[in-house]
Design a protein around this ligand. Structure first.
Ligand code: NAD
Length: 280
């Protein structure tokens, strides 16, 4: 159903309504890598649901751009230039959010990078770069916010895994490993902190049209000897729901997982991929 029509319209429409903002009202959410793509769409979705939003992002300019969009929706926003791979940046992020906004209710570990290579061409540098951003930083960002959530006895962490975390693929082995690690750490963190009122889940998107996808199509196309356009055309044809994914398709499910509507869900890896993966 298109947004703006049907029973959800009151929640999601751009116009102010009675229901809008009721789900996450008074809560504070951090979105890593929120300057563009899925992270930006998520920041805006959480703001529409009522949250004040912190955009913790490597690129200061795009962080401020998203923060401005959040403010235009009537919520507070903080743009925090942050490299999620640096623990000192993560500590500073938590300190700044507590000082400026007083609490941390939601962490969306969205920042991620992609690279393609056949297994025999994967270097140590490639492996380390992917694992450091996509997996290690997800854990240490969670570790940085958890003491605050524990003291509040409430919190929701939503991690960006991928369909790549549930399947194999010949052209981006380290990326798949990193996303499988996200699925795994989601389960362990969920178990470790359930009794403290903290839920930890992850989403597994499919082929999402963002700058990352532009790189996926270019690099995988090169490995396969076809153009980026041809690669995307072939991939799109395999999606059961018949179209490429939009950042908003992912953001809607992240918003749900961050809210109390998902209050009885933890440790889950939810596929949001148009039907590409139907197991695991
Ligand atoms: N696009 C897809 O098809 C797809 C599919 C499945 C999962 N994902 C995952 O979703 C997440 C978002 O992907 P996207 O497509 O929006 O990517 P994107 O490349 O468009 O955006 C990623 C953002 O993360 C930021 N970032 C990168 N490294 C960072 C760091 N060290 N510290 C802070 N910020 C950093 C970038 O500056 C950028 O703003 C990623 O984790 C990605 O792996 C994407």
């Amino acid at each position: 159903m298109a947004r703006g029509t049907g029973p959800q319209a009151a929640v999601y429409s751009g116009t102010v309504s009675r229901l809008e903002g009721s789900e996450l009202g008074g809560r504070v959410a951090i979105v890593t890598g929120g300057g563009q793509g899925i992270g930006r769409a998520t920041a805006l979705e959480l703001a529409r649901l009522g949250a004040d939003v912190v955009v913790a992002e490597l690129n200061a300019e795009s962080a401020e751009r998203t923060a401005k969009e959040v403010r235009n929706l009537g919520r507070k926003a903080l743009a925090l230039p942050t490299d999620v791979t640096k623990r000192s940046d993560l500590t500073r992020m938590v300190d700044s959010v507590r000082a400026e906004l007083g609490r941390i209710d939601v962490l969306v570990n969205n920042a991620g990078i992609y690279r393609a290579a056949l297994p025999l061409d994967v270097t140590e540098e490639h492996w380390d770069a992917i694992m450091t951003v996509n997996a290690r930083a997800v854990f240490f960002a969670s570790q940085a916010v958890l003491p605050v959530m524990i003291s509040q006895r409430r919190g929701a962490i939503v991690n960006l895994a991928s369909m790549a975390g549930k399947i194999g693929s010949p052209n981006n082995l380290p990326y798949n490993v990193s996303k499988a690690a996200v699925v795994s750490l989601t389960k362990s963190l969920a178990l470790a902190h359930a009794k403290e009122g903290i839920r930890v889940n992850c989403v597994c998107p499919g082929f999402v049209e963002t700058d990352m996808w532009t790189r996926v199509a270019r690099d995988q196309g090169a490995v396969m000897g076809i153009s980026a356009e041809e690669f995307t055309r072939r991939r799109a044809q395999t999606v059961p729901l018949g179209r490429m994914e939009r950042p908003e398709d992912v953001a809607a499910v992240i918003g749900f997982l961050a809210s109390d509507r998902a209050g009885y869900m933890t440790g889950q890896a939810l596929s949001v991929d148009g039907g590409l993966v139907m197991h695991g």
